[in-house]
Design a protein around this ligand. Structure first.
Ligand SMILES: Nc1c(NC[C@H](O)[C@H](O)[C@H](O)CO)[nH]c(=O)[nH]c1=O
Ligand SMILES: CC(=O)[C@@H](O)COP(=O)(O)O
Length: 160
């Protein structure tokens, strides 16, 4: 289902485990900060709404989405976390750089999920335009940060 037909911010708390006992890491890219900060706010609010303690949410900033993989890896190795959310916003420019950043970031985060026993949630918008990014970070399509937080809670509880 395309985002256009789904509200990214909708969730039913009755179907989500309590996040009270979990520690979360959120690594946030500074590129397109207007977007990534909105995604972060959505994620943090949803984690707390699901019972997470604010003191159990660790936030680190990295320069760009390409650095999310290293930042998440360092978080996993040093912070004793139950899940990590990697937040970025990649917007198409004039060149093929968009393709390489998106592909490397998606594959890097996928690799972390294979290498470590800590789920890393892919909350990286890959948009053609700024408007598409705005629509998905608290705009008309909701907030992918909220969606990522719910995924993080469910994955942290997996197998419990
Ligand atoms: N153009 C965007 C970038 N580019 C920067 C890279 O992510 C990386 O920081 C740089 O190549 C140095 O390694 N990053 C985004 O997150 N969003 C963009 O639109
Ligand atoms: C995703 C990018 O790296 C991109 O925004 C950079 O813009 P450009 O392709 O015009 O150099």
């Amino acid at each position: 289902m395309a985002t256009e037909n789904k509200n990214l911010s909708h969730y039913d708390k009755a179907t989500i485990p309590s996040a009270k006992e979990f520690r979360f890491g959120i690594v946030v890219s500074e590129w397109n900060e207007q977007i990534t900060d909105a995604l972060y706010q959505g994620a943090k609010e949803a984690l707390i709404d699901c019972g997470a303690l604010e003191s159990n949410i660790v936030k680190w900033d990295v320069p760009g989405s390409f650095e999310l993989t290293f930042g998440a890896k360092k978080m996993i190795e040093t912070q004793a976390l139950d899940a990590v959310i990697a937040i970025g916003s990649v917007i198409q420019g004039e060149t093929k750089h968009f393709d390489f950043v998106c592909s490397a970031t998606a594959n890097g985060i996928k690799d972390l999920n294979v290498r470590y026993d800590v789920p890393v949630i892919f909350c990286v918008l890959t948009d053609n335009t700024l408007l598409q990014a705005i629509d998905r970070s608290g705009g008309k399509h909701g907030n992918k940060g909220t969606e990522a937080a719910i995924a993080a809670v469910k994955m942290a509880a997996l197998g419990n």
